[in-house]
Design a protein around this ligand. Sequence first.
Ligand code: AR6
Length: 174
Amino acid sequence: MTRLVLLRGDITEQRVDAIVNAANRALAGGGGVDGAIHRAGGPSIMAACDRIRAEQGGCPTGSAVVTTAGRLPAKAVIHTVGPIWRGGGSGEAEVLASCYRQSLHLARAGGFRSVAFPSISTGAYGYPLDQAAAIAVATINAVIACEGDAFDEVRMVLFRQSDLEVYQTAALRR
Ligand code: AR6
């Protein structure tokens, strides 16, 4: 039985098979969790992003790609591109759900049995945290209900205690 675990922490320190990055469509790096992952993992992650950009022009919103994790304790980084919040009427919820689904799809295809996610889109991209938490929890639980054999653990790693509490509330509502 796969577990969804919610915890406070830094995604770069997670000893899991794959961590997920909240990237941008250009895979160009940036601030927030993206900056932290590239800093901690070293230049081989950006080198892999450069190759993907050259081959396929980056990563569409709602989709995901896999790279090395460089010096990180994880084996791989799954880069997904969340929606920029535009008020909720532009399909943001479906795109955000797609980020979690596509990332787990790639994890499964790569044989990554433990996966850690940050809270995608709720920093620079401005997605309201309570709505994003509800989508993250519901989408992950729906995938592991169908594909539980593929994963040992799926983790949401929240940087701030107040964010963790919002995710815990979302998990209890289900
Ligand atoms: N570990 C876990 N969570 C973190 C960490 C960390 N080390 N650092 C920040 N967070 P954001 P987005 C949390 O802005 O909204 C970048 O520039 C943070 O508290 O990283 O999807 C990219 O290049 C917040 O809750 O991602 C894109 O251009 C969450 O991670 C853009 O920002 C997501 O915040 C993506 O924006």
